[in-house]
Design a protein around this ligand. Structure first.
Ligand code: SF4
Ligand code: SF4
Length: 143
């Protein structure tokens, strides 16, 4: 099983289309919506855990979304951890629901595993030093 968390930005023109459901119908993909919202400009934002039996099936699904005008990016292009500011206090690890932030022992270093991040933004609200942040919209290639 190939599985990955991806970020989708839907321009207003396509935000009302049921494109994500078509991933299952057309490409036999499974998805789990981790976060979703719509802006006051009617643009959509969604964090999706997308799973496929094969890597090529996953890639076909992502290509389909892009062909429909959806911008697809990776979580690490949205959430960043500033290593120069982080004091490794561990506060963010207590709120991170996916264990994307965890304490490496015995070094007691707080590590950010981008592959597990669901972009819930709880760490940003929690971090006392503002080491966790959000990049603006980015459309670098996922596949
Ligand atoms: S809460 Fe902020 S300062 Fe503390 S470990 Fe997490 S990122 Fe570092
Ligand atoms: S945004 Fe922060 S708290 Fe949420 S899953 Fe990602 S690293 Fe964890």
């Amino acid at each position: 099983m190939y599985s990955k968390i991806i970020i989708l930005h839907f321009p207003a023109e396509v935000a009302q289309k049921a494109l994500v459901c078509q991933l299952t119908i057309k490409f036999d993909l499974m998805f789990n919506i981790l976060n979703a919202r719509i802006s006051n400009r009617k643009e959509g934002f969604m964090v999706l855990e997308l799973s496929s039996a094969t890597r090529s099936g996953f890639n076909q699904g992502v290509k389909f979304l892009k062909d429909q005008g959806v911008e697809v990016s990776n979580p690490e292009q949205q959430i960043f951890k500033d290593e120069e500011i982080c004091t490794h206090c561990g506060a963010c690890t207590a709120v991170c629901p996916t264990e994307a932030l965890y304490i490496k022992r015995p070094e007691m270093e707080v590590i950010f595993n981008k592959d597990k991040c669901s972009v819930c933004e709880l760490c940003i609200l929690t971090c006392p030093t503002r080491a966790m942040g959000l990049f603006s919209k980015n459309t670098e290639e996922v596949i």
